[in-house]
Write a protein that binds this ligand. Structure first.
Ligand SMILES: C[S@@+](CC[C@H](N)C(=O)[O-])C[C@H]1O[C@@H](n2cnc3c(N)ncnc32)[C@H](O)[C@@H]1O
Length: 346
């Protein structure tokens, strides 16, 4: 109970979570409308069209993805659905795009590029994290306060800081979060103890992994407010960064005492990744982090995630809990709109 309150306290610092979620939804929606307006969608749908008409007219191949878009617009009354056809609700001109005030330039660039990629995705060409999403923009975006708050909430929700042994941050991006986590343990004095935590960071994108490695000492010293030399002196305790895939982790079974992941599983084959994250965890180990479970991952944001090859999209909590139980969990729970979760392996 106290841990749930602690987790809530952290994310309440994000002011009104619901207002922010609404702003993000409107932003992604507007970007998609403008991209598909350019494509000619709304002119074509001035007269009612079936899914097949739309597929034939635009040369699309992905029915499932197309229907998700059409239904998201129906939900927001941009389109009407009648007798198996879709028709536009009034004239749609240039749709106003309001960038959420808390979005940095990096994420604005990423989302604009992603919106432009929607027509290609409907024709069967995916975006990938490494190719079309600018790595350095991710580096900038991951400095958002939001990631910091939800990470803190995840730690408040568990006893992770009382544990020791091998720890992995899976999908660590540019490593800013790993550096922050290293700082939490540093403050606890773990690196002076006889049972120090050994931190690993795993990232799929080799460029981000390289940034994580190169910038670790600078990030950790900045976050802790100490000289770089203080962090440098603890070199043997620095995190080990590896490139790899959450779906097939390059570690033996039961290697980790703690497995942590924040906002990563929806980018992967979610069941495969969840089970592999459990595989590398020791008995009685802690698997925790954050995940934007459905419906917290908004439909328009989910469509953006689904531009990426292999991405699962919004995960239902009950599916996640079933997967971890199938992989040996004895307990699993989650809390807050940030989707903080904790799982203990039997
Ligand atoms: C939203 S970012 C979160 C980064 C970091 N966990 C944080 O909270 O700052 C998602 C990260 O997951 C990584 N990722 C996506 N698919 C992955 C996979 N299959 N295996 C490992 N990492 C993956 C991306 O490259 C990206 O760095």
């Amino acid at each position: 109970m106290l841990s749930t309150i602690g987790a809530w306290r952290e994310i309440l610092g994000l002011v009104s979570v619901r207002d922010r979620a609404k702003e993000i939804r409107e932003y992604y929606k507007a970007l998609s409308i403008n991209a598909l307006r350019k494509e000619g969608w709304f002119d074509f749908m001035r007269t009612p069209q079936t899914v097949q008409d739309i597929v034939d007219h635009f040369g699309y191949v992905d029915y499932g993805f197309l229907i998700k878009y059409l239904e998201a617009y129906v939900q927001d009354e941009i389109l009407f659905r009648e007798n198996g056809t879709y028709r536009v609700n009034g004239l749609i001109g240039d749709y106003p795009v309001k960038v959420p005030a808390f979005f940095g330039t990096g994420i604005v660039q990423i989302t604009a590029d992603a919106a432009d990629a929607i027509p290609n995705r409907l024709r069967g060409t995916y975006t990938t994290f490494s190719d079309e999403m600018n790595t350095f923009n991710w580096d900038d975006s991951l400095q958002l306060k939001m990631y910091d708050k939800i990470r803190r909430a995840a730690f408040r929700y568990t006893d992770a800081l009382k544990r020791s042994g091998n720890f992995i941050d899976v999908g660590c991006g540019s490593g800013i979060g790993t550096a922050a986590i290293w700082g939490y343990y540093y403050k606890k004095g773990t690196f002076d103890s006889d049972k120090p935590v050994k931190i690993y960071g795993l990232e799929f994108d080799p460029n981000l992994k390289q940034i994580a490695e190169e910038e670790f000492a600078i990030s950790a010293s900045r976050l802790l407010g100490v000289e770089c030399s203080v962090v440098d002196a603890l070199e043997e305790h620095h995190p080990v960064f590896v490139q790899g895939n959450a779906e097939d982790l390059p570690f033996e079974d039961e290697f980790f005492d703690m497995v942590y992941t924040s906002q990563v599983i929806h980018w992967c084959d979610a069941e495969k990744a969840t089970k592999d994250l459990m595989r590398v965890l020791k008995p009685d180990g802690l698997f925790f982090g954050t995940e934007a479970f459905s419906p917290m991952l908004d439909s328009f944001v989910e469509l953006y995630v689904l531009l990426n090859e292999g991405a699962y999209g919004a995960i239902k909590k009950e599916d996640f809990f079933r997967w971890v139980k199938e992989a040996g969990a004895i307990s699993a729970s989650s809390a807050t709109p940030a989707g903080v979760f904790r799982v203990i392996k039997s």
